[in-house]
Design a binder for this molecule. Sequence first.
Ligand SMILES: Cc1cc2nc3c(=O)[nH]c(=O)nc-3n(C[C@H](O)[C@H](O)[C@H](O)COP(=O)(O)OP(=O)(O)OC[C@H]3O[C@@H](n4cnc5c(N)ncnc54)[C@H](O)[C@@H]3O)c2cc1C
Length: 381
Amino acid sequence: MKIAIIGGGPGGLTLARLLQQKGVDVKVFERDADRHVRVQGGALDLHEESGLAALRAAGLLDVFRRKYRPGADKMKIMDGEGTIYFDQHKEEDHYDFGDEHFRPEIDRGPLRDILLDSLAPGTVEWNSHIVSLTPVGSTSNPVGGWQINFAGGGVAMADIVVGADGANSRIRPYVTSAKPVWAGVTMIEGSVKHPGNTAPRINALLRGGKIFAYGDEKTVIVSGKGDGTLGFTLSFMSEEDWVERHCPDLNDRQQVREWFGKLYAGWGGIWQELLAADDTIFIPRPQYCMPLDLHWDPKPNITLIGDAAHWMPPFAGEGVNMAMLDALQLSESLIGGEGVGHYEAQMFRRFAEVGRITMENTKWMHEPRALGKMLEMFGID
Ligand SMILES: Cc1cc2nc3c(=O)[nH]c(=O)nc-3n(C[C@H](O)[C@H](O)[C@H](O)COP(=O)(O)OP(=O)(O)OC[C@H]3O[C@@H](n4cnc5c(N)ncnc54)[C@H](O)[C@@H]3O)c2cc1C
């Protein structure tokens, strides 16, 4: 059986590694031009029972231990005025792989590199933007397979297709009619190239770790990255069409600064540092979540993993972990001969729970009680 994985994100690459380890004929089709395209996004923390469990099964935990960023998981919890209420930099270091509370951080780029380096040469077909699928019959495969159609006109054939192509999956409609539901929050993502120069106070507070700030029903989340840059997100409750109707021109730094000054009016001046650089690229990210009662009847030759299956907001930090656990469970189901339905049943159950927690977090983190609730979670009065 030839398996085609559409999308070379953490989910798709983990699945490719796990299947290839067992001798399965697998290809990953990725729309990025090559592996050197700069990978956007902040640091990701991997959890013992999901992301790390998948890496362990893939035989990649040792290389992960050499490449993760010790200390990057240390966080500060702050309010909008810049007061620090909780500071893990004051706590002792502990790096206990195997402890469920230890959540080592790695940047998206190095995680992708670990997975790519573990694959046989030629496994990933770069510059392969899939636009559609066509079902095809085959004498060797009674269920039939798929013709994969690329932008530009090329095609490839596969017996089983796995959609791992993220939030706006092109493969999802071939599996389910379920659609993402508006989550009530818009996020603006940005990245600061030289934070020591343009965001010196935040950079000094960050110390390569994370800052979570809450106030006035809004958040600012900042995370350091291994290359010395920092990533941040601003999030606030909004209408679904906020980006079309109310978003400032994100290429016009002055407009962005003025918009931020108004929306975050009750916040202290320190946060303006995040918008000080002229070369910051801003990405609007309206937040959606797949329906929590997600379910479809299994089809033997096609399925979804990661955000393609269960896109959800990032407010529980579970997205990448779920994508990698999906990959682990799908690989076990395919190799064990139980088929995709066995994996899907586990994934639906898990998403019902993780998605519920995620949506609860999304709500309270944008309510007046956010700071208090966050501190309560860390046992601080
Ligand atoms: C701002 C932000 C912060 C986040 N923070 C966290 C966090 O702290 N912790 C956490 O766990 N999760 C976080 N997430 C969520 C996390 O990034 C995702 O859940 C995770 O990346 C999903 O992995 P994936 O492999 O399913 O999809 P993706 O990482 O989205 O990968 C999909 C891949 O498919 C490719 N692709 C897409 N369409 C096509 C196509 N048509 N043809 C070919 N290839 C295609 C893409 O180029 C990409 O490489 C965050 C997300 C955002 C936006």
